[in-house]
Design a protein around this ligand. Structure first.
Ligand code: NAP
Ligand code: COA
Length: 271
C-alpha cells in the first residue's frame, strides 16, 4: 500500500495548538492540505496562529478556551464542527509545567497541572467524541517522558502524564469498535519550546539535555508533527492504544541525568 500523507479536505483540531510543539503539528497538517482548527486560552495567540495557518494556504479557525472548563471546550468544538464538519484528527496537547519539588509546591500547584494535563485531556476527548468521524478518526494525545520516567521536581507532571497515557489506552479499548484510533506521542526535549525553557532554564542544563539524547540533538516540532501525520494516515490504520516516544532515544535513560541536575538546582531554591 502506498503511504498517503495527503490530508486535503480533512478536518484537524489541535487543542493547545497555539505555540511550540502543538503549533508545529498544526502547521504541518496545514501544509499537507488539512482544514485546521486550534484552541488555547489566549485569544491573541489563537488569532496569530490562525493567520499563520492561512498564510500556509489552509482553511483555518480557532477559539479561546481553557481545557479546565469543559463547557467552553464543548462550545468551541461545536463551532468547529459547524464550520469544518466531522473531525478526522484530534490532537490534545495543552499542558502546564513548572519545576518544583513536592515540598516546594502547594496542593493547588499539584492540582493545577493535573487539571490542565489530565482532566483537560478527558474534557477534550469527551467533548470531541460526538464530532469524531466514525470510523476513521485518529486521536493523538501529547504525553511526555515523565509519564513513565520518574523525575524529581516533576511529581505533578509525572502523575498527570501517566494518567494521559492511561486515558489513551482505556479509550482506545472503549472507542475502538467505532473505528476510532487513539495513540500518545511522547516528545523528547524539543528545541525552542516553553517546556524546555522551564525544565532546562540555564545554558548548561540545555547542553546537558542535548548531550543526554542518544542522537545528540534536540528534537524539532516538525519531528513530532511527522509522527502525528504518520499516526493519522492510512499507513497507521492498525495502530491504536500505543505510546510512542519520538525522542532520539532519550527515554532509554538520558532524561534522568537532566532530572538529577534539576533536583540540585531546585534544592538551592529551597535553601
Ligand atoms: P507550550 O508552547 O507552552 O504549549 C502549550 C500550549 O497549550 C499552548 O498553546 C498554550 O496556549 C496551551 N495551553 C496551556 N494551558 C492551557 C489551558 N489550561 N487550556 C487551554 N490551552 C492551554 O509548550 P510546549 O513545550 O510546546 O509543549 C507542548 C506539549 O508537548 C505539552 O503537552 C507538553 O507536555 C509536551 N512535551 C513537551 C516537551 C518539550 O520539550 N517542550 C517534551 C515532552 C512533552 P495558551 O497559553 O494560550 O493557553
Ligand atoms: N513552583 C511552585 N508552585 C507553582 C509554580 C512554581 N514555579 N508556578 C505555579 N505554582 C502554583 C501557584 O503558586 C498556584 O498555587 P497556589 O494557589 O497554592 O499559590 C498554582 O500553581 C496555580 O498557579 P496559577 O499561576 O494560578 O495557575 P494558572 O492556571 O494561571 O497557570 C501554570 C498554570 C502554573 C501551569 C502556568 O505555568 C501555565 O499556564 N503554564 C502553561 C505553559 C506551560 O507550562 N508550558 C510548558 C508545557 S510543558
Amino acid at each position: 500500500m502506498a503511504i498517503n500523507i495527503d490530508f486535503s479536505g480533512k478536518t484537524v483540531v489541535v487543542v493547545g495548538g497555539t505555540s511550540g510543539i502543538n503549533r508545529g503539528i498544526a502547521e504541518l497538517f496545514a501544509k499537507h492540505g488539512a482544514k485546521v482548527a486550534v484552541a488555547s486560552r489566549d485569544q491573541a495567540k489563537v488569532d496569530d496562529t490562525v493567520k499563520a495557518l492561512q498564510a500556509l494556504g489552509a482553511e483555518a479557525m480557532g477559539f479561546a478556551a481553557d481545557v479546565r472548563q469543559q463547557d467552553a471546550i464543548k462550545e468551541g468544538l461545536q463551532k468547529v464542527f459547524e464550520a469544518f464538519g466531522q473531525f478526522d484528527v484530534l490532537v490534545s496537547g495543552a499542558a502546564g509545567n513548572f519545576p518544583a519539588l513536592a515540598n516546594g509546591m502547594s496542593a493547588n500547584g499539584f492540582k493545577s497541572v493535573i487539571d490542565i494535563d489530565l482532566l483537560g485531556t478527558f474534557h477534550v476527548m469527551q467533548s470531541a467524541y460526538p464530532h469524531l468521524k466514525k470510523p476513521g478518526a485518529s486521536i493523538i494525545n501529547i504525553s511526555a517522558p515523565q509519564a513513565f520516567l520518574p523525575m524529581a521536581a516533576q511529581a505533578h507532571v509525572c502523575s498527570a502524564k501517566a494518567g494521559v497515557d492511561m486515558i489513551t489506552r482505556c479509550l482506545a479499548l472503549e472507542w475502538g469498535e467505532e473505528g476510532i484510533r487513539i495513540n500518545s506521542i511522547v516528545p523528547g526535549p524539543i528545541e525552542g519550546t516553553e517546556g524546555m525553557k522551564r525544565l532546562a532554564p540555564t545554558d548548561e542544563l540545555m547542553e546537558l539535555a542535548k548531550q543526554s539524547v542518544p542522537l545528540k540533538r534536540l528534537g524539532l516540532p516538525e519531528d513530532i508533527g511527522n509522527a502525528a501525520l504518520f499516526l493519522s494516515s492510512d499507513a497507521a490504520s492498525y495502530i491504536s492504544g500505543t505510546v510512542i516516544p519520538v525522542d532520539g532515544g532519550w527515554a532509554l535513560g538520558g532524561a534522568s541525568s537532566l532530572s538529577n541536575q534539576l533536583t540540585e538546582m531546585m534544592k538551592q531554591f529551597l535553601k
